[in-house]
Write a protein that binds this ligand. Structure first.
Ligand code: CP
Ligand code: NVA
Length: 309
């Protein structure tokens, strides 16, 4: 049965499989339209989006702003010094003020509780553009990319190698909605949140493995996925993590162990020579740039859905 439709796009698992697949289908359609040069589909005409960034960004900022513009709307970039949510002004006040001017809010924040509060007090849809906990728009774009290259997510093996971070949490929440085989290979002590792993396992549809052995993990993978070892907000841990994560670099040998059908994916930005080698990113089976481009198309469809368009 269909879950009650939430107002906000905060976690993939807030939606049922049919809705996630419908959004991805729509993303493909609108992508084809934009790729054809068609510029008369303007569903966001007369609409504005407030984009709150407490952290840096290239993909999220440019893909949301460009996507919203291409479909007729106007997006406002509010950087870390502008609103200073929680410091200059309380989150619940920001939420209600922005709701008075805008049709939709996109936010990239540190604490996940802040986006929950923002969504609670906003009367308009709030889209999660990454928190310390998750990154749902990224994994929607990733799945769109997998569908384009492999045909479907269902039944395939995705092996994430690295830190059990926000990207992993969104993969786990995706695995509670669509059945596939998800493996996270991370150093001891850097596993994803236990409750989120439990949630994915309890859904009982996907095979979920958390391991400390990347070589064993990647065997037979359809996708090998990497992300930075030190996320935004953890950069002072970077030197220590480089030691702890030795052996978790995705290099040519690891890709060879994965096998010939394995694609390489990375949410970017990548630190070449750290979590992934230059050769792996530049190899013919690396799909990191189509993946980055799909951020815009996945998000356009997410916004259309959330705005009921
Ligand atoms: N992948 C991603 O979210 O990139 P940005 O940090 O550049 O937005
Ligand atoms: N885990 C990374 C993802 C960046 C898109 C971070 O949070 O910095």
């Amino acid at each position: 049965k269909a879950k009650a439709e939430p107002k906000d796009f905060l976690h993939i698992s807030d939606f049922d499989k049919a809705t996630i697949l419908k959004i991805l289908d729509h993303a493909k359609e609108v992508k084809a339209l934009l790729k054809s040069g068609e510029r008369t589909f303007l569903p966001f005409r007369g609409k504005t989006m407030a984009m709150i960034f407490a952290k840096p960004s290239m993909r999220t900022r440019v893909s949301f702003e460009t996507g919203f513009f291409l479909l007729g709307g106007h997006a406002l970039y509010l950087g870390p010094d502008d609103i200073q949510m929680g410091k200059r002004e309380e989150t619940r006040d920001v939420a209600r003020v922005l709701s008075g001017y805008n049709d939709i809010i996109m936010a990239r924040l540190f604490a996940h509780q802040d986006i929950l509060d923002l969504a609670k007090y906003a009367t308009i849809p709030v889209i999660n553009g990454l928190t310390d906990y998750n990154h749902p728009c990224q994994i929607m774009a990733d799945v769109l990319t997998i569908i384009e290259h492999i045909g479907q997510l269902e039944g395939i093996k995705v092996v994430y190698v690295g830190d059990g971070n926000n990207i992993v949490h969104s993969w786990l929440l995706m695995a509670s909605v669509i059945p596939f085989h998800f493996v996270c290979a991370c150093p001891k002590g850097f596993e994803p949140d236990g409750k989120t792993v439990e949630k994915a396992r309890q859904a009982g549809i996907s095979k979920i493995e958390i391991t400390n052995d990347p070589k064993e993990a990647v065997r037979g993978a359809d996708v090998v996925y990497s992300d930075v070892w030190a996320s935004m907000g953890q950069k002072e841990e970077a030197a220590n993590r480089r030691q702890v994560f030795k052996g978790f670099q995705v290099d040519e040998n690891l890709m060879k162990l994965a096998g010939p059908k394995a694609y390489f994916m990375h949410c970017l930005p990548a630190e070449r020579g750290v979590e992934v080698t230059d050769g792996v990113i530049e190899a013919p089976n690396s799909i990191v740039f189509p993946q980055a481009e799909n951020r815009m198309h996945a998000q356009n469809a997410i916004m259309l859905h959330m705005l009921g368009l």
